[in-house]
Design a protein around this ligand. Structure first.
Ligand code: DGJ
Length: 720
């Protein structure tokens, strides 16, 4: 996996490689991309420029003529801010070293550790690259050690630097807002700097840390990067005047200024990169990395339960009798886990109170939540519960007892979101309080699932203890990881789902603790096609929680047939989130059949190889497939964006099948479609010509979908 040949170090993954060259005081990055044979890399080396503006080195620092965005920027103990890190040694490690207080990828890996030293300022920089034998991703990290006698200040410490020898890249970023998370935007990198970031204390729905760089032109290829981090981040693509491209990703240096005392080490979060000749290859590499080396615990590779969540059915008015009725209906339809959402605690009747008072609301639950949970188990379902552990309401017992637990600025107006403040979890006693509360709720209810919500972003950042400006954002995230790791360790069989006003913390950091994420509060099927497609560029379906909800949709008022709502939600981890009492008999029968189908094909739907087919962004279809490893079993979903008069037939090409195998292609029977389509064809025909579905908007569809999508789901089975 890692080969050393004199001055050349070659890190191999199954189909990519990173080639470095030790060259005196520097390490050159000769190649990152397609796997090359071992051999003589002199040619690459000769082409690597020595000019500071154009060099392709493994690391960069500020102060010595390279004026591009640097990997690190330090204020030395004597007030200078020139760094000069010279290469010292390369070591091979049999595993990945831990990063203090930070989650990271895991699993059999070999690591190259490069040590650089700034002799004048007595600072050491370690850069690591870890390769796995079963996936194409390379994990990388950076640490800085103060070996001197005076304090150093870290103004910037990014986690990944890739200096690429050419220009002509396009940067694909995944951006949005509440209800429209992770929409892909493509920007051509011409001269200068392009960057996305987050400054709100969370990875955010504004810009996801997952970014794709596409080499455009004749030799198209892709490099994906991501960060194992949940806080402020920054991703940069810079093209130098010499036409070279530098990629950086790491903690945002905005409001970052970290003091490093003599002997101390700072670990930047782990980053990951993956190369692919095609966008599909790079997506698969990232999916393998997340499924195999980020997600962990009892639910890794395990069937995920079909959830019923009461939020959109009751909102805060979740009383015992209503909830029990919903649970009866959900159990009767075959759902497997009942999630009691917001409103069950303190004296909460709306968003104005009780955050932090995690005791049972006896007005709503006279016998307590444990009794409710026991009743739900008797109905044959597991019990799950919602909490928002990082928050506090001013109208709460905990705030009255400990106002100093809240994050707020003194003597000033504070900004409220959802009427609540955040807890100052940089304080150990606040973390202990939160950990105690969450563990207590889980143990007294025996909950098998916890939805960990986070419904506001950081404002009025302050603590009455220690420094604020340069350290708070990162200390907060370290506090979050401290709590999450203690809670997950104490409750190893609980399924955790992270949530942040929908998908505002859809990141690899939290996925190390919580194997699934609430994708978006927007559950409307047409919008969801976009949101899920964006999410799936970098994250696998087994982290993506997707619910079927009522129509008209509560977020955008649109209506879509319930079969299409299911077809779209079945792309990920299925749940239902609606007042089942308001569903017609036909809808309930439809839901029952959907659940039978999902259970029958659960493994493929949750863990099959995801292949993106077409996209709403490009035309009238969206489509995706899940294919088993042996290519004998697949499910294809075809979605048509909207009904157009006399639109002709719909042709659709599949992918990922074995061209030599004969397959039966059978439509999942839908309650809104009379004719079940069925075909037999070889893989090559299905992938080359595709199928002609006629006009999928038949009469029933047209009535039900006047303004929205129509969809079909096909089960494809090998006949050989
Ligand atoms: C925001 C979440 O995204 C919703 O699913 C729901 O849990 C609410 N918070 C509850 O307050």
């Amino acid at each position: 996996m890692i080969f050393v040949d004199n001055d050349i170090i070659k890190l191999n993954t199954p189909s990519t490689c990173l080639i470095l060259q030790k060259a005196g005081s520097v390490v050159k990055m000769l190649h990152y991309g397609k796997k090359l044979r071992n051999g003589n890399f002199d040619l690459l080396s000769r082409n690597a420029s020595q000019d500071a503006w154009a060099n392709g080195y493994a690391i960069s620092h500020f102060g010595k003529y390279d004026y591009r965005e640097p990997l690190v920027l330090l204020e030395n103990s004597d007030g200078t801010f020139t760094s000069y890190f010279e290469f010292e040694e390369a070591g091979l490690l049999e595993s990945k070293p831990e990063l203090a207080g930070l989650p990271a990828s895991y699993g059999a890996a070999k690591t190259l550790e490069l040590t650089f030293r700034d002799k004048r300022n007595h600072v050491c920089l370690k850069q690591r690259f870890s390769v796995f034998n079963d996936c194409d991703a390379i994990a990388t990290s950076v640490s800085i050690v103060n070996d001197g006698a005076g304090d150093v200040r870290i103004k910037r410490c990014m986690s990944l630097q890739l200096d690429l020898p050419e220009a002509n890249y396009a940067m694909h970023t995944f951006d949005g807002y509440w209800g429209r998370e992770r929409a892909m935007h493509v920007t051509s990198l011409t001269a200068g700097i392009h960057c996305v970031d987050s400054k709100c204390g969370a990875s955010s729905s504004f810009h996801n840390p997952y970014v794709l760089f596409e080499k455009t032109g004749r030799q198209q290829e892709f490099i994906a990067v991501n960060l194992v981090y949940s806080g402020n981040h920054k991703e940069i693509g810079e093209v130098s005047p010499f036409g070279r491209t530098r990629i950086l990703t790491g903690i945002n240096d905005f409001c970052f200024d970290w003091p490093l005392k003599p002997g101390e080490q700072f670990d930047a979060p782990e980053a990951v990169m993956c190369w692919g000749k095609t966008i599909r290859q790079v997506t698969e590499g990232m999916h393998d990395f997340v499924s195999g080396h980020i997600v962990r615990g009892a639910y890794k590779n395990a069937p995920r339960p079909i959830v019923y969540n009461n939020w959109e059915a009751t909102y805060f008015d979740c009383r015992m009798d209503t909830v029990q009725t919903l649970a009866d209906q959900a159990a009767g339809l075959g759902m497997e886990l009942f999630v009691l959402d917001d409103g069950w605690f303190g004296k909460r009747v709306d968003e104005s109170s009780s955050m932090g008072d995690w005791y049972d609301n006896r007005d709503k639950y006279p016998d307590g939540i444990a009794a409710l949970a026991a009743g739900i188990r008797q109905k044959g379902m597991k019990f799950g519960i919602w909490m928002e552990p990082e928050m506090i309401s001013e109208d709460s017992d905990i705030y009255r007892a400990h106002p100093e637990y809240a994050m707020r600025i003194p003597r000033g107006s504070n900004w409220y979101q959802r009427s609540q403040l955040m807890l100052d979890i940089t304080k150990p006693e606040v973390r202990d309080y939160v950990v105690g509360q969450v563990n207590d709720v889980l143990s007294r209810t025996g909950a098998e699932y916890l939805k960990w919500d986070f419904n506001r972003l950081m404002t009025d950042v302050y603590t009455d203890r220690g420094s604020i400006y340069g350290t708070y954002f990162h200390k907060y995230i370290l506090g979050l990881y401290d709590m999450a790791s203690r809670i997950v360790k104490a409750n190893p069989t609980v399924l955790f789902e992270s949530c942040a006003s929908g998908g505002a913390r859809f990141d690899l950091g939290l996925m190390c603790f919580m194997p699934q994420v609430w994708t978006s509060d927007n559950t409307e099927a047409k919008d969801r096609v976009y949101i899920q497609e964006g999410s799936l560029y970098g994250y696998p379906e087994n982290v993506m929680s997707c619910h079927v909800s009522i129509c008209p949709n509560h977020q955008n008022g649109k209506s879509t047939a319930i079969e299409s709502r299911f077809n779209v939600a079945a792309a990920g981890l299925l749940g239902y989130e609606m007042d089942l009492g308001k569903c017609s008999q036909k809808e309930l029968e439809t839901i029952r059949d959907q659940i039978v189908f999902y259970k029958q094909h659960r493994e493929l739907l949750q863990y099959g190889r995801y292949i993106r087919l077409d996209s709403f962004w490009d035309g009238k279809y969206s489509g995706w497939m899940k294919v088993s490893e042996d290519q004998n079993h697949a499910i294809a979903t075809v979605v048509v964006k909207e009904y157009m008069l006399e639109d002709g037939d719909y042709l659709f090409r599949f992918d990922g099948l074995d061209p030599e195998k004969r397959y039966s292609v059978k439509m999942r029977p839908q309650h809104n479609v009379e004719k079940v389509q069925e075909y037999t064809a070889y893989g090559d025909l299905l992938m080359t010509l595709g199928l002609n579905f006629g006009n999928v908007f038949d009469d029933t569809d047209r009535q039900e979908n006047s303004n929205s999508i129509a969809s079909r789901l096909f089960v494809i089975e090998s006949l050989d």
